[in-house]
Write a protein that binds this ligand. Structure first.
Ligand SMILES: *Cc1c(COP(=O)(O)O)cnc(C)c1O
Length: 373
């Protein structure tokens, strides 16, 4: 008998052992799947931390216009997007690169810096691609448990770094728990780790972070081993277009660029990115992010009032640490037409949507899990 899932010797091709052993990436379920599964209508998706609002009309127009030129390859270096990002963020153009979503850039960091057997240190639970990408490059995952408040334990991360560590990756805010590194923590990490170790601050949710939390861009000048990754997928509402960016020392950026697939940031993505980064779009994007933050506060307060003890969140989602009840609660919410992202045995991540969507979630949760532990 052959086991095609793991790629036995008699199967078609012989996948690398590390690849055969990989779990498949589990994307959030879409509403159609859930509607069919439970025979319901009008399900809402709060599963993938997307922006609930459609893209700005100016972005749609720019992408449609760019479609007229699809017979040509795009600019491989996405020069105009880099230049615009450099201007917006206030760094040199050589300190910016763009990728096919920031997840691609995270993979490029590992492709560029990690040899087989090298260690990659990251807190856990965190973004699911970290263990997958590490295994893809045959690196060794060193997972550092979150603390009792579901936050990153920076001292434990520092202690986990050894002479074999090539990369440290920290999502701040952390996905799926929403907690952000407190001020000073990233600097402490950068100072404790030798400059020969790349430290990635994965800031996919930067735009939702409170103004009292420092901007790590200020740390770039003194810490050449820092790489900051951000994305246009979340606050900017372009998840389907696939544009992320990385900020770092020019030499590091140049190494990351070497492992990029040709034309990874396609022509439509570049056009959409330029449109959303236009000064005219900026105010509306900020307004939308602010609205999500105030909805997050409302949802958090409502959960708190209902007796839930959940971690402080600086992202566009909340984390319900349900433990063994996770699957039951997630299925109950699905039956009520609310699609969330369960992590078996740990908890449920719920994206902040529109006010109406959030009300539906709160009402459904009150039915499904009226008495949180
Ligand atoms: C969503 C997310 C990303 C990046 O998403 P892209 O769409 O690939 O840009 C990166 N890191 C974390 C922690 C995320 O949650």
């Amino acid at each position: 008998m052959t086991d095609t899932a793991t790629g036995s010797p008699s199967g078609p091709g012989r996948p690398r052992a590390g690849v055969a052993a990989l779990p498949a990436y589990v994307p959030g379920k879409n509403t159609k799947q859930v509607e069919d599964e439970h025979q319901i209508a009008e399900a809402i998706k709060l599963a993938s931390n997307e922006n609930p609002l459609p893209p700005l009309p100016s972005v749609v127009e720019a992408v449609a216009e760019a479609a007229r030129g699809l017979n040509r390859y795009a600019d491989h270096r996405a020069t105009a997007v880099r230049a615009r990002l450099a201007e917006v963020i206030g760094v040199a153009e050589e300190s910016v690169t763009v990728g096919c979503g920031s997840s691609a850039l995270l993979q490029q960091v590992l492709l560029s810096y990690v040899d087989p057997g090298d260690e990659v240190v990251y807190p856990w639970r965190s973004f699911e691609v970290y263990p997958i990408y590490t295994q893809l490059v045959a690196g060794r995952s060193i997972q550092v448990p979150l603390d009792d408040d579901f936050a990153v334990d920076v001292d434990a991360v520092i202690s986990a770094v050894t002479a074999d560590t090539k990369v440290v990756m920290v999502a701040t805010p952390n996905n799926p728990t929403g907690t952000a590194l407190p001020n000073g923590a990233l600097r402490r990490l950068l100072e404790a780790v030798p400059p020969s170790v790349i430290v990635v601050a994965d800031e996919a949710y930067r735009e939702f972070v409170g103004p009292d939390i420092d901007d790590p861009v200020d740390l770039l000048a003194d810490h050449p081993h820092l790489v900051i990754t951000r994305t246009l997928s979340k606050a900017h509402g372009l998840a389907g277009l696939r544009v992320g960016y990385a900020l770092g020392h020019p030499e590091v950026i140049s190494s990351i660029d070497k492992t990029q697939i040709p034309f990874a940031v396609n022509a439509l993505a570049q056009a959409g990115a330029l449109a959303v980064l236009d000064p005219d779009a900026d105010e509306e994007i900020r307004r939308r992010a602010t609205a999500i933050v105030s909805e997050r506060r409302r949802v958090f307060d409502a959960l708190h009032a209902a007796g839930w003890s959940i971690p402080a969140t600086e992202a566009n989602f909340v984390w319900l640490p349900l433990g063994a009840a996770t699957a039951d609660v997630a299925v109950g919410l699905e039956r009520a037409g609310v699609v969330t992202r369960p992590f078996a045995g740990e908890g449920v991540r719920v994206t902040i949507g529109t006010a109406a969507e959030n009300d539906r979630f709160l009402a459904a949760l009150a039915d499904v899990a009226p008495s949180p532990s």
